[in-house]
Design a protein around this ligand. Structure first.
Ligand code: CDP
Length: 204
């Protein structure tokens, strides 16, 4: 198979991470969770650093911080994600990753629209806000965080709003993206739908 880039975008907690990992494993290509880059910059901002400087100096170690999962960091991520200089500082790393010779899966908000507009396959993974909040709640409780449904739903909605309405690289499906609504799909069915969509695109 020739090298190819798979762009997977969608709103907060839509299941992009799970699907992206499984798709990357299935096709034997590398995976980059681009949300981690913004979360790492957001975490630095919460510690008092300037977000633009933090984005320019981001290191691999910054992505290992276990606190990056928290809702507080997620909110900070979506705030720094509005800043054009932050997005610009993270662009080259993402594009270089996408061009790996073995092919790559990148997941985020603007992969199909801005980072890799020529990606061979683009998926837009979505689900209702309530379902996304329920799934994210289970994930956070599983990791030992103390939170509740209302708080998680509020976080998801606030980030969706900020992500969709920012001027620079707003969240929206690329024109040639295949949309997968996972509201009524379990994990296995969502992964199967994503793999089928990739195969259909590559065959066509
Ligand atoms: O895992 P979840 O979907 O909740 O969020 P994430 O993918 O880790 O992204 C955290 C935040 O980073 C998002 O709410 C966006 O504001 C921002 N982000 C972005 O602007 N562009 C990307 N390519 C990825 C994330």
């Amino acid at each position: 198979m020739s090298p190819f880039t798979i762009a997977i975008d969608g709103p907060a907690a839509a299941g992009k991470g799970t699907i992206s990992k499984a798709v990357a494993a299935h096709f034997g290509v590398a995976h980059l969770d681009t949300g981690l880059l913004y979360r790492a910059v957001g975490a630095r901002m919460l510690r008092g650093d300037d977000p633009i400087e933090a984005a320019r100096k981001l290191e691999a170690d910054d992505l290992e911080n276990p606190d990056l999962r928290t809702a507080e960091v997620a909110q900070a991520a979506s705030r720094v994600a509005i800043i054009p200089e932050v997005r610009a500082a993270l662009l080259d790393f993402q594009r270089a990753f996408a061009r790996r010779s073995g092919g790559a899966v990148l997941d985020g908000r603007d992969i199909g629209t801005v980072i890799c507009p020529r990606a061979e396959v683009k998926l837009f993974v979505t689900a209702s806000a309530e379902i996304r909040a329920r799934r994210r709640l289970a994930e956070l409780l599983d990791h030992g965080f103390d939170t509740d449904f209302e708080a998680v739903l509020a976080d998801v909605k606030a980030r969706d709003d900020r992500d969709m309405n920012r001027a620079d690289a707003p969240l929206r499906p690329a024109e040639d993206a295949v949309t997968i609504d996972t509201s009524t799909l379990d994990v296995d069915a969502a992964i199967a739908a994503a793999i089928a969509a990739v195969e259909a695109r590559r065959a066509g």
